[in-house]
Design a protein around this ligand. Structure first.
Ligand code: ADP
Ligand code: MG
Length: 493
């Protein structure tokens, strides 16, 4: 996979030419305002997402989906079978647990379901951030951490939560990394993403890894469903709304899934009766066709632990947006004197500027951009005057606008594919896309840009039928609902 980066002419600023055409040395051009502007202009040009670019991305997403459904390995998009073929009905009853290993946080949740009448009687959850060293350690260490968190949480069960005697507690395990699902309760880790480099898990069944850790930790619970976070979000949102057809995660990483007809999946070769529906996990983070990329993206990708992979994820998701901005600001500081003449040491550290930081800067409405100034000082150790602060906000906006709009184009690609298969199914009636993840939840500008792109692509008439809606914590409840649906105990729901 090649990164079709358009290379902005930033390199030429090292040796700019004087009006008479004789090269001047770098020091001579460090005159501030003048030399930052072209870097910004080039960035905006390279990140631009006018309608034709969006359309190309949406069409490429649709084509890649078809290719991935045709044969295994047919495209960047793995189009993984979820083995979820019945969606929650609302009748589910009993106590169920969910575990969620994302990219930043680990969450445990329990829910007492009361069927159609009572619905969700009670939920409780706890969240801890995943310690950095576990992201680079061994599989045993990571899964022991999960199992012991679960054990501690289960000990606090009480109140409205009841398990019938003689039953094991059942868990829906949300695991937000690419897994080749082998049944509803097993799946092989294809690869770690989102900065994880845990040894000994790739190629193994992650449910077996968890079961072994639970054994080591003395936890007697049963994993009834292994669920991707997008799939969990779709199931959780469907519990409340029958029009949910697509779910998208925009958090540390990104992914999307949708409801597909089994007979529209050629790679199944008739293995499953052809009249039903299932959820396909696209793993769209690996998409890479036609994206407007810059030299900063290419350099970040080169330095990543998975170069050449997850290009869509690296362009639109929370783990990376702040880092792209940092790389641009560093360039502007080095070659354009953005922050005066002293070299901003701290700004040279990868990932020191986070997506929540750039989000906070974009919320600053004060006339002197005071919050922007203090965030830059705190995280990057730089003193920025008002002019520099304004430029920084422009850079954040450029990267976030590109990310949100491309995510919107990806969603339209999925909707197009579904509509193409069954005319009127999507665009002819109310269709809901359930959204979740910390980036979507917390970044209003990103949400706005995403919605703009969807509206531009679909046109005002069709886009009235397409509702893009935040489904908070849907994936936890969704995983618990799928555990209920796949309970080993008798149930009549
Ligand atoms: P995970 O992806 O680990 O499952 P979340 O869905 O909670 O977890 O997403 C966490 C990510 O969301 C963070 O890594 C960050 O990129 C992004 N995020 C969190 N808070 C904010 C915020 N205030 N503004 C922008 N992005 C945020
Ligand atoms: Mg998550």
């Amino acid at each position: 996979m090649s990164l079709a980066a358009t290379c902005p002419a930033v390199g030429s600023f090292y040796l700019s030419r004087s009006p008479r055409g004789t090269p001047r040395f770098k020091m001579a051009v460090r005159s501030g305002a003048l030399s930052v502007a072209p870097i910004l202009t080039n960035l905006q040009k390279d990140c631009a997402t006018p309608l034709p670019v969006l359309r190309h991305v949406a069409d490429a997403m649709e084509a890649d989906m078809l290719a991935g459904l045709a044969v295994d390995g047919g495209s960047d998009l793995k189009m993984i079978l979820s083995y979820v073929d019945s969606l929650p009905s609302g009748n589910e009853k009993g106590l169920f647990y969910a575990l969620d290993l994302g990219g930043t946080n680990f969450r445990v949740l329990r829910v007492q379901l009361g069927g159609k009448e009572e619905r969700v009687i009670a939920t409780e959850f706890e969240q801890v951030s995943i310690p950095q060293d576990l992201m680079f350690g061994t599989s045993e260490k990571l899964f022991d951490f999960i199992a012991s968190g679960l054990a501690e949480f289960a000990l606090k069960e009480g109140g409205k939560f009841h398990l019938p005697p003689g039953r094991l507690r059942e868990i829906g395990f949300t695991f937000s990394f690419p897994v080749k699902q082998t049944s509803i309760d097993s799946g092989i880790l294809i690869k770690w993403t989102k900065g994880f480099a845990v040894s000994g898990t790739a190629g193994r069944d992650v449910v077996a890894c968890l079961n072994e850790a639970m054994k080591r930790q003395g936890v007697n619970m049963r994993v009834s469903a292994l669920v991707n976070d997008a799939v969990g979000t779709l199931a959780g949102a469907r519990y409340w709304d029958n029009d949910i057809m697509v779910a998208v995660i925009l958090g540390t990483g990104t992914n999307a899934c949708y409801v597909e007809r089994l007979d529209a999946i050629p790679k199944l070769q008739g293995q499953i009766s052809s009249n039903g529906k299932t959820i396909i996990n696209t793993e769209w983070g690996a998409f890479s066709t036609g994206l407007p990329l810059t030299v900063y993206d290419r350099e970040m990708d080169d330095a990543s632990i998975n170069p050449g992979e997850q290009i869509f994820e690296k362009t639109i998701s929370g783990m990376y947006l702040g880092e792209i901005v940092r790389r641009v600001l560093l360039k502007m500081a080095k070659d354009g004197d953005l922050f005066g003449s002293s070299f901003p040491e701290k700004l040279a550290t990868p990932f020191v500027l986070s997506t929540p930081d750039i989000c906070a800067m974009q919320q600053d409405n004060s006339s002197d951009l005071q919050a922007v100034g203090s965030i830059l000082y705190d995280v990057a150790g730089v003193e920025a005057n008002l002019r520099a602060r304004k430029i920084v906000v422009e850079v954040c906006d450029t990267i976030v606008k590109r990310g949100g709009r491309l995510a919107g184009a990806g969603i339209v690609g999925i909707l197009q594919k579904m509509e193409e298969d069954s005319k009127g199914l999507i665009f002819g009636k109310r269709t809901v896309v359930a959204m979740d993840g910390g980036l979507y939840e917390n970044y209003p500008q990103y949400r706005g840009y995403l919605q703009d792109a969807v509206t531009e692509l679909l046109g005002s008439d069709i886009s009235k039928n397409v509702v893009i809606e935040h489904s908070k914590d849907g994936s936890g409840i969704g995983a618990a609902l799928l555990a209920a649906a796949n309970s080993k105990y008798e149930h009549d729901f």
